[in-house]
Ligand binder design. Sequence first.
Ligand code: PLP
Ligand code: ZN
Length: 501
Amino acid sequence: MMPDFFPEDIKPYIIPEVKGEQFYKCLGCSAEYSIEKLLYVCPECHQVLLIHDHNAQSLKKIPGRVWQKIFDFRKMLKIPALKGIYRYHEFIGPSIPLESIIYLGEGHTPVIEANENLKEKVGLSFFYKNDGQNPSASFKDRGMASALSSIKYLIDQNLVSDVIAVCASTGDTSASAALYASYLSPLIKSAVLLPHKKVTSQQLSQPLGSGAQVFEIPGVFDDCMKIVEHLSSQYSVVLLNSKNAWRILGQESYSYEIAQDFEWEMRGKVVVVPIGNAGNITAVMNGFIKFYEADIINCLPKIIGVQSEHADPVYRYYLEPDEAKRKFVPVDTKPSVAQAAMIGNPVSMPRVIQIAKKFNALAGRQNVFFVQVTEQSIMEWQLAANRNGHIACTQGGECLAGLVQAFKQNIVTNKETAILDATAHAIKFSEFQDLYFKSEMPEDYKIDPDPGNINLPSLILPDNSDIVPSQTKRLKEKDFQKFVKDISNKIAERLNLKVSL
Ligand SMILES: *Cc1c(COP(=O)(O)O)cnc(C)c1O
Ligand SMILES: [Zn+2]
């Protein structure tokens, strides 16, 4: 629809203007810095940053109901810059002009209701939001669209040039960073650091295909992260990990979409996310807070962060009920099928601590919870979800296992409706399914395959296995007829088929 045809009350707002006055703010000392510089930590106290907007107060002058209408009508626009996460421009990048925005099809991912069969197994009603249906097949594209748009803005302003973007990754950040950087070639080159043998072959193929320089490093993600942090403090590079505060802003779109997906009604809703480097849960909480403060939603949903028993530093931190006594201790991770979240020292921990506290205060009660799940339950709930029509990755399985765990602990009731983050597409992590089905899961995962869950292909051969078709030599008609009949009979027998009349 052309902007001219929009209702009068929203017409002035339908195409966003650049009114934002965004700035970096340090979580430690509250110092403020210009977004015109590349900055990842506070130069004074080295704490992480978040981006705020001096103009945010003025967004509250527009009533919540009008905002809802603006976003609902923006769905009909055909302007590429506003088709993705920037539908919520005023809340994500109000300082970024539309000309600098990169759109590769991210965001607005489908929300799929669980069928009766799966609801019954779990005990309450829930939906998966399929973030695996983003361009590089994970939610990371939301943050990357924001980060790369911010860099494009700096390039357009002649504030930076010859950009080399770097990131450490458990697989999906690098796939996303390489994809978005390649769209801006030759303005940007990208380099990614991956823990050797700790990403799936699909994830490794992605940055290679996008033309990034790929470095494999011995150790785990946390080790790669330290190297990237060193590089970004010593050399002129753009850091694309979620330490980069623009990543957080982009990922807030996940919450904005949930609000819009559920007609702005957040009462009785529970949002479940897996936690790795904790960028995503930071963004999810912050997004809901911003919409709540702007009156776009009238209540905050419950948030449940899920961690595997093999990588659970955030869960452990919150085990201590007394806030004053909590102390963050990084953990050494053990092998996890939720490999994209296998992080022992999450960079966004200070953000989580501050924002979860604010979230609970605004809700007037504890509204953010953390649960821990076993590796076995992650695998089993992933398989259960996918046998009921979903495309959940292992981290999506972790979410469902977390919901079941939260239900057991009475953190949620069957009166509530959960929205689970299927953070990546199942096919990125199919190697774990293969290991499970072949009963080849290495010992240290502590997963014991349930024979009832195993699914393997069967090779069907005719009685005479020498007379089979091949690409180079077709069978004689009579032999082929016999082959078709023979194989059909064998399949019919396996499937217990009845002869039709
Ligand atoms: C990155 C990632 C996570 C963890 O998200 P954080 O923001 O690091 O907490 C979970 N699942 C998938 C598929 C990921 O790629
Ligand atoms: Zn500081």
